[in-house]
Design a protein around this ligand. Structure first.
Ligand code: FAD
Length: 401
C-alpha cells in the first residue's frame, strides 16, 4: 500500500500525512508480522506486546490522539480519524500504539472529575495499564434495550452498594476498574433510572467469573463479572446521577467512527491480500484475476471500501462540526459492518481453503467482522434508529447537513 491523497480533507494535514506514512511502515512492518504470537498471548505474547509498545514510543507514534495535558500528542478528532485507518490494518494496532481507549478518554474528559481523571485516566494514557472496562450488557437482559438492565446501586450513607451480573465486559481481566451501569433511581422515567459508577476490580464482592469463549477463542477476553454487595465511595459516581445513557453516548458516537475507520484498514488489507492471490493463483487455463467472477469480487470490494470511507469521513465531519450525528453514525455502523464482513468473506473465498487457515490473517479478521454486527448495537437497532428518525417530516438527513 502507498499513501497518497488527491483531495483536501479536513484533518488530512501535512503532519497527518507524514504520521500516516510512518504508521503504515510500523503497522505493516512490525505489528502485522507479530500478530500470531500476539493472538496466542501467554508470556511470549505479553513480551511481544511490550516490545512493540516500546517501539511505538520510540517512533513517536504513542497516544497520538490523546490530549497533551494527559500525556498524549494532541491530534484533533479529525486528524486521529485519518490515523485510525492505518492503525486498523492490524487488529492489534490500537493496543500497540496506546490508542485503544481514545473514545473512553473523550467520555472521561467530559464527565470525570479532576480527581477521577488523575486517578484513572492519566495512568491509562501513560500505558501503566491498558484498559478501562465498560459494564452495560447483562446475560439476563436484552443488551439492545439497556432500560432492561437489572444491576442495582443503592446509596447507603457515603457508599454505593452494587448488586448484579454483567457479561461481555471486554478486557475486564486487564482493567483496574469497570465503569458499571446500574439502576440508581427506579422511580424516575426509564431513561433517567441509570447511573455510571466506577468500580475498582479489587473491591470485595467483585468477582471475575470467567473469560467467555467466542467462536472457539478467548482472545477477545470478554469477561463475565458478578457484583455482590460491592461497596464503593459515593464519589465514584461518574457524571450526573440518572444520566448514564447520555454519558454512554459520548463514548459510543466517536467510538463508532473509530471502529469504522479501523474496519477500513481491515478491508483494505483484505483487499490487497485478495488481489495478490488473484494475481498469482492459476486454475482452469488462466489466473484467478482474469475470471469474470473474481473480477466482480474485486470490483464489489473496491466499491464497498470507497463507499464506507466516504460515508465514515462525512459522519466524522458532522460530529466534528457539532451537527446532529445520530443517523449518520447508525448508517455507518450497520452498513460498514456489512461491508467489512463482505470484503473479508470474498478475500477468504479467493484464497480457497488457505483462507480459513491460520497461515493467513483472514480467518481472524473474519471472526472480528462477525462481532462487528453485534457490538455497540446490533444492525437491527441501528436501522431502527435511522428509520424512526428519518420518517419524521422535519428530519434533516445527513446529506442535507
Ligand atoms: C465482541 C463483543 C464485545 C462486546 N463488548 C462489550 C463491552 O465491553 N461492554 C458491554 O457492556 N457490552 C459489550 N458487548 C455486548 C453488546 O453491546 C451486546 O451484545 C449488544 O448490545 C446486543 O445485546 P444482546 O447481546 O443482549 O442482544 P439482544 O438485545 O438480546 O438482541 C438479540 C438480537 O435481537 C435482535 N433485535 C434486538 N433489538 C431489535 C429491534 N429493535 N428490532 C429488530 N431486531 C432486534 C437483533 O438481531 C439482536 O442481535 C460486546 C459484544 C460483542 C459481540
Amino acid at each position: 500500500m502507498t499513501i497518497t491523497h488527491s483531495a483536501a480533507a479536513p484533518g488530512l494535514t501535512d503532519r497527518v500525512m507524514d504520521l500516516r506514512a510512518r504508521m503504515l511502515e510500523f503497522i505493516d512492518g512490525e505489528v502485522c508480522p507479530a500478530e500470531r504470537v500476539l493472538e496466542d498471548g501467554g508470556p511470549a505474547g505479553e513480551a511481544a506486546l511490550e516490545k512493540l509498545r516500546a517501539e511505538a514510543r520510540n517512533r513517536g507514534l504513542w497516544a497520538l490522539g490523546h490530549p497533551v495535558e494527559l500525556g498524549g500528542q494532541g491530534l484533533s478528532f479529525m486528524e486521529f480519524v485519518h490515523l485510525n485507518e492505518i492503525i486498523g490494518r492490524s487488529e492489534f494496532g490500537l493496543w500497540v500504539v496506546g490508542s485503544m481507549t481514545q473514545h473512553d478518554t473523550i467520555m472521561w474528559q467530559r464527565y470525570g472529575t479532576d480527581a477521577q481523571q488523575q486517578r484513572w485516566l492519566v495512568p491509562l494514557v501513560a500505558g501503566d495499564y491498558q484498559w478501562i472496562a465498560i459494564g452495560l450488557t447483562e446475560p439476563d437482559a436484552a443488551g439492545s434495550d439497556p432500560t432492561q438492565m437489572a444491576t442495582t446501586a443503592v446509596l447507603d450513607g457515603d457508599e454505593w452498594v452494587i448488586n448484579g451480573r454483567k457479561w461481555f465486559t471486554s478486557w475486564a481481566s486487564l482493567a483496574p476498574c469497570v465503569l458499571v451501569f446500574a439502576k440508581t433511581d427506579p422511580d424516575a422515567t426509564p431513561h433517567k433510572q441509570f447511573s455510571a459508577i466506577i468500580v475498582p476490580t479489587d473491591t470485595p464482592g467483585y468477582t471475575h467469573v470467567r473469560e467467555i469463549r467466542t467462536m472457539g477463542h478467548t482472545a477477545g477476553r470478554h469477561g463475565e463479572i458478578r457484583l455482590t454487595d460491592v461497596r464503593v465511595p459515593k464519589d465514584n459516581l461518574f457524571g450526573p446521577r440518572g444520566e448514564a445513557f447520555t454519558i454512554a453516548q459520548t463514548r459510543l458516537g466517536p467510538g463508532r467512527i473509530f471502529h469504522c475507520m479501523r474496519w477500513l484498514g481491515q478491508m483494505q488489507r483484505a483487499f490487497e491480500l485478495m488481489c495478490d492471490r488473484a494475481r498469482t493463483r492459476y486454475a482452469h487455463g488462466s489466473y484467478l484475476h482474469e475470471k469474470g467472477e473474481i473480477r466482480r469480487y474485486i470490483a464489489e470490494s473496491a466499491a464497498d471500501i470507497q463507499a464506507h470511507r466516504l460515508m465514515t469521513l462525512d459522519a466524522a465531519r458532522i460530529i466534528d462540526e457539532g451537527g446532529d450525528d445520530r443517523v449518520a453514525i447508525s448508517l455507518i455502523k450497520f452498513r460498514g459492518a456489512q461491508y467489512l464482513h463482505n470484503v473479508i468473506d470474498r478475500a477468504i473465498q479467493v484464497h480457497g481453503a488457505a483462507g480459513v487457515t491460520e497461515d493467513f490473517p483472514l480467518e481472524k479478521m473474519y471472526r472480528e467482522a462477525r462481532y462487528a454486527r453485534l457490538y455497540d448495537g446490533p444492525d437491527e437497532v441501528h436501522r431502527m434508529v435511522v428509520a424512526r428518525r428519518l420518517v419524521k417530516p422535519d428530519a434533516v438527513p445527513p446529506w442535507q447537513q
